[in-house]
Design a protein around this ligand. Structure first.
Ligand code: ZN
Length: 325
């Protein structure tokens, strides 16, 4: 018999329901499995009660030590490529760690985001020290820092260009709205919350890692700025070989910019991944019995968001013109 003060602290990993009452009812024998009376989650008591579970190697939320956290942040990002294996590894029983989620955001998203403005700033400082003037101004640094909202250094303000005019920001609108709407619906709609009874921490975890699709874009931005920096550093040189380097860098910068512009190639990939990510989060991650219904409730607003994003694009405008004639 298990006495009361010996019964370990146990909560349902999905809804947080206190399971001690359930454990207190065990008198003759300990069952191996059970069901949470609150949300209906299938419980594996051994898994739930063994607190000495080994940390998942390479998982940022369970890594210890600065260097390990850094490498684990990138490993965890790589796992997101395969949502199914991510969620079968990062099970509900693994308590989300808000601090480590913050670390992941800092290491993977924020640092990549801040790299381009810092590179430009370093170039401006270096060029004004050596040449007395620089080919870039602070406006460009601000523009790089406020991405994806585009700041136009020449009209002196937050121009509408970033939000409406330029083609490649359409992709950010499309994938960005889908990224926001999936978790918002799960958080906001009371009936989905009531039905699914998933703890906020788990939804937050899924929402934070769902930013993973941004990383290739952020890396491409770094390459873009690096190419521009190289081009501008070598453009004034007289030596032919340096000029060739400048030209190659310029071409590379143009090519990356064209890839950004082709949002209709990368935004659908990002969206497809988001749809797969949230399906796997509900089904494999949260082990929801009504995963399909909840997924539908999330997918419809996300599709609407994508439609709104596309409707802002020039492509859509062209399509309307073509359809009219
Ligand atoms: Zn539960």
């Amino acid at each position: 018999m298990i006495s009361n003060d010996l019964s370990p602290e146990a909560h349902c990993p999905r809804c947080g329901y206190d399971l001690r009452g359930e454990i207190d009812r065990w008198t003759e024998q300990c069952p191996l499995s059970g069901i949470c009376s609150e949300c209906g989650l299938d419980l594996n008591w051994i898994e739930l009660l063994s607190r000495d579970g080994k940390p998942i190697p390479g998982f940022v939320e369970e890594a210890r030590g600065r260097r390990r956290i850094f490498t684990a942040a990138w490993k965890t990002w790589l796992w997101t490529f395969r949502p199914r294996s991510f969620w079968s590894r990062v099970r509900l029983e693994r308590n989300p760690s808000p601090g480590r989620l913050g670390d992941w955001l800092l290491i993977v998203i924020v640092s990549l985001h801040l790299a381009p403005p810092l590179m430009l700033l370093a170039l401006i400082l270096l060029q004004s020290l050596t040449r007395g003037s620089s080919s870039f101004g602070l406006g460009e640094v601000v523009a790089a820092a406020t991405w994806p909202v585009e700041y136009d250094p020449y009209s002196g303000g937050l121009s509408g260009a970033g939000l409406e005019g330029t083609r490649w920001s359409t992709g950010i609108w499309v994938a960005g709205l889908a990224t926001l709407l999936f978790p918002l619906v799960l958080f906001a709609l009371p009936w989905t919350r009531l039905r699914s009874k998933v703890r906020d921490a788990h939804v937050t975890r899924a929402a934070v890692y769902s930013l993973a699709w941004l990383v290739p874009l952020l890396l491409a931005r770094i390459l873009h700025v690096a190419a521009m920096v190289i081009a501008s550093s070598f453009s004034g040189r007289r030596m032919g070989s340096w000029r060739a380097v400048a030209r190659t860098a310029n071409n590379a910068a143009d090519l990356i910019h064209e890839c950004f512009d082709a949002w209709y190639l990368w935004a659908p990939l990002a969206c497809a991944w988001l749809f797969l990510w949230w399906w796997r989060a509900l089904q494999t991650g949260f082990r929801m019995k009504d995963a399909r219904r909840v997924y539908l409730a999330m997918a419809v607003p996300a599709l609407l968001g994508i439609a709104i994003g596309i409707s802002r694009s020039q492509l859509f405008g062209h399509l309307l013109v073509v359809m009219r004639f």
